[in-house]
Design a protein around this ligand. Structure first.
Ligand SMILES: [Fe+2]
Length: 361
């Protein structure tokens, strides 16, 4: 019988899941209310199926899943995210993007819950016995694209997280902004027709776009709205500094990070920096991140101005179609607007969400 791991900070819900799964015949169940303890336990001995609450203090379900994936602990494990959040559509998107296989709403519907878990464990067991060596839940195992986020060498993922942490020390906007902006970028990429692997790679690399800011003096970073000409040139050098930091790394993710760092301030009409590239000479990744970064910057409170509503930011992006932004990507942005709104609402409404960059693990 499949072993089941449950992580939910609410002991009542944890007990309810134990009871339902016990009635369904599962007798090997390990439950945790503290996600940090679950991380230690499941790193050492991964469960056959994992149930994760989404909203938990210290470490939410998506973060915990990411850390377990980086440790290679849930590579072949069906993962179910459980959430009582009102905006379940946003949770679904974040959870599926992170690699969860199923999302179940709370309060649980007893019979439906038990049947879903039974079917997932059966499917995993059938697939693993049908083809020796087959890895049924290694969702990125096929295809010829470069490594997706969770297929990366563990040290590669760790390096990216370290780089993000370093960047947080230099720019207060970097932490949560990079996580949210990367979700925007992946969503725009989706509506532009990128494959899931390409979206995953973009999701992993986009947070490195401003990594070059670690090379800037405080005088430039503290008041970016009123820079002298010399300081403006210094500020613009964060693109080339970021590129130089990442360019020699062999991993596809860091290569894409280098490309994005260099190109995310280029403009469609050639008036951007640092190279003044125009049109499709600007890498697609940089063109996508340019819109995602602009959207996030405008809709976030800054020391020198209030946050704009997303409708106002949308109008600004549309107005810059063909000047600052790629017209085809503005189309993709508009097509994905509802998803982008959900991401924005989700991050706005969940102050307990801490970006991976700020995770103390
Ligand atoms: Fe930038």
């Amino acid at each position: 019988m499949t072993s089941i791991g449950i992580v939910d900070d609410n002991p009542t819900v944890l007990g309810q899941m134990r009871l339902l799964l016990g009635r369904a015949g599962f007798d090997d169940i390990q439950g945790f209310t503290d996600p940090r303890k679950a991380l230690i336990a499941f790193r050492a001995k991964p469960p056959g199926l994992l149930l994760l609450d989404y909203r938990m203090p210290e470490l939410d379900g998506v973060q915990l899943l990411g850390l377990l994936q980086q440790a290679g602990a849930v590579q072949h494990t069906p993962v179910v995210m459980v959430s009582g959040c009102a905006d379940l559509a946003a949770i679904r998107m974040l959870a599926y993007r992170a690699g969860a296989h199923e999302v179940i709403a709370k309060p649980l519907v007893a019979q439906e819950f038990s049947l879903k878990i039974r079917n997932l464990t059966r499917l995993a067991a059938m697939a693993s016995t049908a083809v020796p060596g087959f890895q049924p839940f290694n969702v990125h195992s096929s295809g010829s694209m470069p490594s997706a986020r969770w297929d990366l060498e563990p040290q590669d993922a760790v390096l990216r997280r370290m780089l993000e942490k370093v960047a947080v020390f230099r720019d207060e906007r970097t932490g949560k902004h990079t996580t949210r902006m990367a979700q925007y970028a992946a969503t725009i990429g989706h509506h532009h027709g990128l494959s899931l692997d390409q979206q995953d790679l973009l999701l992993g690399a986009a947070p490195l776009h401003d990594i070059g800011k670690i090379g800037l003096p405080d005088s430039v970073l503290v008041r970016p709205s009123s820079l002298s000409e010399i300081d403006r040139v210094r500020m613009e050098s964060h693109t080339t500094i970021g590129y130089e930091l990442l360019r020699d790394e062999a991993s596809p993710l860091l290569q894409l990070g280098a490309e994005i760092a260099l190109s995310h301030h280029e403009r469609w009409d050639g008036s951007g920096y640092p190279l003044g590239l125009a049109g499709q000479n600007i890498p697609l990744s940089g063109r996508i991140v340019a819109i995602a970064d602009f959207l996030d910057a405008l809709t976030t409170v800054r020391p020198f101005r209030p946050a704009w509503l997303i409708d106002k930011a949308t109008a600004a992006i549309e107005a810059d179609r063909g000047r600052r932004f790629d017209p085809a990507l503005v189309r993709a942005f508009l097509d994905g607007l509802e998803s982008l709104r959900r991401i924005k609402r989700h991050f706005d409404g969940d102050e307990s969400f801490v970006s991976r960059a700020a995770t103390p693990y």
